[in-house]
Design a protein around this ligand. Sequence first.
Ligand code: TYM
Length: 345
Amino acid sequence: MKITPRVFSGMQPTGSLHLGNYLGAMVNWIRMQDTHECIYCVVDLHAITVWQDPVELRDATRQVTAAYIAAGLDPAKSILFNQSQVSAHAELGWIFNCVARLGWLNRMTQFKEKAGKDREQASVGLYAYPNLMAADILAYRATHVPVGDDQKQHLELARDIAQKFNNDFRDRIVAEGFADGIFFPQPEPVITGPATRVMSLRDGTKKMSKSDPSDLSRINLTDDADTIAKKIQKAKTDPEPIPAEAEGFKGRPEAENLVGIYAALADEPVAKVLAAFGGQQFSGFKKALAEVATDKVGRIGDETRRLMQDPAEIDRILAGGAGRARAIAAPVMEKVKDIVGLIRS
Ligand code: TYM
């Protein structure tokens, strides 16, 4: 049971995906399909850490799966499935609840943001969320995790959990035949590209997010071409022209964000975009940005809608992916049980 390079990542089926999800994470997911064994999950168990309407959750899970495929993930190449179909996630999540320390979870900024002032009313699941995320990755002993910048802290926690598990059970791990005492790898975050943190179109200091009450703050992967163009037209900017060099972004988060988005969508370095548009007003740049955005995102939206016309086919894809995922995770879980001292038949 050697550790081999393997990619794992996931997205929550809460509302429709947006440009931040696509540029921050999915672009790298698509790229890594050609070089790695990849497992991409729709993390429905994570979604229910806050209330989800059951009918909408099912629909959103299919919708996110359709968006994955529409954006370029190939279910024949990569494993695509929804988390709750593979019980190893929840089982290993429980074991990690017993490995991770309260002090570690208390430092998680995402919990603080999501729970807000009324922490007493947050679900226990929301608090333990990062342990389940570590389980998602480590149930496959995955080595690479392509995500946006906001997931960095959760990934550091996953690394800490892997290390503590290896330390706590070192003797048992060696006895099970892992001579170097390493059962779980240290998963590497893959956070690269010009848009690892896409900001709101209305406020360049806030992350683009599904939970922002203003729909104008984000471009959804389901938006049609007119809506995308309108949102870009209305995006906040400042009165200065586009800078010619990256130093000119200082104190101009909206300008930096829009140029970063263009660079990521056009697959060009930021320097090249600045060389082309430096000194120009935003009005012209926004037209060019709307063009690349409607071309890329508009196509994903159209294809998602087409795929959503056959929900049974999406369910078949998820079931097939879950079967393949289970085949990898089940032997890992058996070893974990042997290492921890749990009797199995
Ligand atoms: P989620 O569903 O919030 O986001 C999915 C992915 O999109 C990235 N992302 C962004 N990237 C750049 N700019 C933004 N504005 C932006 N907003 C979101 C996120 O970084 C993420 O990569 N906890 C995870 C889901 C998860 C997971 C995992 C990820 C569960 N288990 C195991 C990796 C491995 C989450 O809530 O992502």
